[in-house]
Design a protein around this ligand. Structure first.
Ligand code: 6PG
Length: 246
């Protein structure tokens, strides 16, 4: 089954994030209308600064029935929940604390185990259980891209890219972007999605966006290319600066 790819370039970062908020809200509400519930995976980084505060405010807050949404994370930095680098913490502060999501429907990556492998096993199980409860698919996966082409915590040429397809979560050590220990969902997990939305803003992303979207490419060098949700939609929403080389 083919993937339906859509690339949209916006004049400014502001327009990009407004459009992303509209798309996410529409996709979550469509899932709720069609199946009575929705499953979303959030990334960290600049989305916590620019997209989540929009979703937490009017009009988007009122357009999503958050009581019917379950929340997972696309990746997590292996630091405690109270660390400023923790994506769950940042997502709570910018979004989850401001919408009526059910506390028991939010599944942070359990970064309190001494061994990240233990946390990865739980992360895998939680993801598998949530997918099973949602017809086998995420409704929306939100992803960013780094200037080096990484997405979630899947870094170019990293051994984690070769994780077997039956594993939904992986430990990533020696990550080039700090902190060095992270957990990530795998390409197999992301490919179980009705919609994957990449969001990129700024000149520093231009080369990575072009490498991801043009030419024959190489999935080891551009891990975003591993994400092809069969039968689903793949969106790339970028601003003019990030899309400059397209
Ligand atoms: C993280 C992210 C990561 C992020 C990209 C882009 O926690 O570090 O999940 O994959 O999405 O690095 O980050 P920026 O949007 O901040 O550039």
């Amino acid at each position: 089954m083919p993937v339906q790819r859509t690339i949209r370039v916006y004049d400014s970062a502001e327009e990009l994030y407004q459009a992303a908020a509209a798309l996410v809200s529409e996709q979550l509400q469509t899932a709720i209308n069609e199946r009575g519930r929705a499953l979303v995976a959030f990334s960290g980084g600049s989305l916590t600064a620019y997209l989540y505060p929009l979703l937490a405010g009017t009009p988007w807050r009122e357009q999503i029935d958050w009581t019917l949404v379950s929340v997972l994370f696309a990746d997590e930095r292996y630091v405690p929940f109270d660390d400023a680098e923790n994506t769950y913490r940042a997502t709570r502060q910018t979004l989850l604390d401001h919408v009526p999501v059910q506390a028991e429907q939010v599944f942070p990556v359990p970064t309190y185990y001494r061994e990240p492998e233990q946390a990865a096993a739980i992360y895998h199980q939680q993801t598998a259980a949530l997918l099973a409860a949602h017809g086998g698919k995420f409704d929306v996966v939100l992803l960013g891209i780094g200037p080096d082409g990484h997405t979630a915590s899947l870094f170019p040429h990293h051994p984690a890219l070769a994780t077997p397809a039956d594993k939904l979560a992986v430990v990533v050590r020696d990550a080039p972007k700090p902190p060095p220990v992270r957990l990530s969902l795998t390409p197999a997990a992301f490919n179980a999605a009705r919609s994957v939305v990449f969001i990129a803003s700024g000149e520093s992303k231009a080369a990575a966006v072009a490498a991801a979207l043009t030419g024959p490419g190489n999935p080891h060098a551009q891990p975003t290319r591993l994400i092809q949700p069969e039968g689903g939609s793949l969106y790339w929403l970028v601003d003019r600066a990030a899309g400059r080389l397209l």
